[in-house]
Design a protein around this ligand. Structure first.
Ligand code: ASP
Ligand code: MG
Length: 467
């Protein structure tokens, strides 16, 4: 088979992990598969790069030096643990040192200028994967495999210039990726590609958004028209619920792209929300697999899925750390443009809306945003809306959570909502807000945050997701 395998940060967290990953790649390669490897930054590194970019911007050079030292040592330690061959170790150490030196120069520049643009931030963020990929490359060489390390830019992923959340230009990317990788694969080489990073048409480094290595994997998989794309992580696949909240949660064996996309949006572990798109368009199966349990089949995601009888709901997830804002006023009734005004203010202030509902009386609009943005959102809304007559009040409920239920079997099945809300009412929990998109693949509602976990368990029980 032709395979793309992506390994996330937790799969390459330390020397042992990297050796385990190299062994997995070697086993599947030796079974006669052609494999392209995509790798993320070591766990936590991207977060640190963001943190220290902002510290550098404030002129904190001491922090920067400290950080540079730590990140260098961390990667060198892993090289030491993951690689046996002495001269390979030395080569890798010098690659890491020169990359870290470059990173230090960039952060120092940011600190002198006191300026951090999205473009320079992407440049900084690229170092996470530029430091991790060579180590995995080395681990493959160490066990006798012929591998070749490339960055997302070198492999030919070209994007627009929307730094921080760049979108691939598919046609040119397809062409370049094929030209670059096909000859290597024909020669029996295993390409190891940095996830997450690409470049725009002028050749400046861009990133595909947080968790973007998944996206790199599907972009490359779609370009090459591979048989399957395997996203390796540290759990057995996508689960019916968070097992920390619902102990009886199980791995889901099959999902459609539509279901998986809904779940990715609701924070299912190991998936970038846009990542499934290239695979869906090309009809390439995506599997989520566990590096710590490679024999397990994981979760398979495909286009067309026969809905098994009785399989109505597939998963329930909780989105915490969100707040509700309610805007009301009798003057809003029959007054076109009110909603537009509200969402325009939020959009201009970069406040993302997770859920919306408006009752038919039109006297109020409620929506859910991230809790960290609550204060900003309320003050911007008050400044812009109050005192103009139509809107009387902007109120908030700070500690709420969203319960999201996903399953293609809900579509056209009557009575699902009544079972959901019946289960909620039996445990005496009050519903604050409800919404169902017309795709019918998901129902979401809002309850007090303190009620969320109990509600998730009740729904999981009601639909027998543990069976
Ligand atoms: N390292 C990047 C991030 O943490 C990309 C990835 O892990 O997929 O967002
Ligand atoms: Mg990651």
């Amino acid at each position: 088979m032709n395979l793309v395998m992506k390994f996330g940060g937790s799969s390459v967290a330390g020397g042992d992990c990297i050796k385990r990953v190299a062994k997995i790649i070697s086993d599947f390669f030796n079974q006669g598969n052609r494999i392209v490897v995509i790798v993320s930054a070591l766990v936590g590194v991207t977060d640190q790069l963001i943190e220290f970019s902002y510290k550098a911007k404030k002129g904190n050079l001491n922090y920067v030096h400290d950080f540079i030292h730590k990140i260098k040592e961390r990667h060198l330690d892993i090289v030491d643990d993951a690689i046996k061959n002495g001269s390979l170790k030395e080569d890798l150490a010098s690659t890491i040192k020169s990359n870290v030196e470059e990173l230090e120069k960039v952060l120092t520049g940011i600190s002198y200028l006191g300026d951090l643009t999205p473009k320079s931030l992407d440049y900084v963020l690229s170092f996470g994967e530029r430091l991790s990929a060579p180590i995995l490359w080395g681990a493959l060489h160490d066990i006798g495999l012929d591998a070749f390390c490339l960055s997302g830019k070198e492999v030919g992923i070209v994007t627009d210039s929307n730094y921080g959340e760049a979108r691939p230009l598919i046609n040119i990317t397809k062409h370049q990726v094929r030209q670059k990788l096909e000859p290597m694969l024909d020669r029996g080489v295993i390409p190891v590609v940095t996830g997450y990073i690409a470049s725009n048409q002028e050749g400046f480094i861009t990133t595909l958004g947080r968790g973007g290595s998944d996206y790199s994997a599907t972009i490359i998989g779609a370009a090459l028209g591979v048989d399957e794309i395997w996203i390796w992580t540290d759990v057995d696949g996508i689960m019916t619920a968070n097992p920390k909240i619902v102990p009886s949660a199980k791995t889901i064996s099959d999902l459609s792209f539509q279901e998986a996309t809904e779940m990715a949006v609701f924070g299912a572990k190991g998936l970038h929300p846009r990542a499934l798109e290239p695979a869906m368009i090309e009809g390439i199966r995506v599997r989520i697999k566990n590096t710590f349990n490679p024999k397990n089949l994981g979760t398979s995601i495909v286009n067309e899925l026969k809905i098994k009888g009785g399989e109505i709901v597939k998963a329930v997830s909780l989105i915490k750390d969100v707040s509700l804002i309610n805007i009301s006023g009798a003057g809003m009734v029959g007054s076109p443009g009110t909603a537009a005004k509200i969402f325009d203010i939020l959009g201009k202030n970069n406040v993302n809306i997770l859920m919306i509902s408006q009752s038919a009386s039109e006297a109020n609009i409620s929506f859910i945003i991230k809790r960290s943005q609550l204060e900003k959102a309320i003050s911007e809304l008050e400044i812009a809306l109050l005192g103009q007559g139509t809107i009387r009040e902007v109120t908030a409920e700070e500690k709420v959570c969203i319960v999201a239920i996903v399953g293609a079997g809900m579509k056209g099945t009557p009575g699902v909502a009544s079972r959901v809300f019946g289960a909620v009412s039996r445990i005496g929990v009050n519903l604050i807000m409800i919404s169902q998109g017309s795709s019918e693949v998901n129902i979401s509602f809002v309850v007090k945050e303190s009620d969320g976990e109990e509600v998730a368990r009740a729904i999981h029980d009601e639909f027998g997701l543990d069976k």
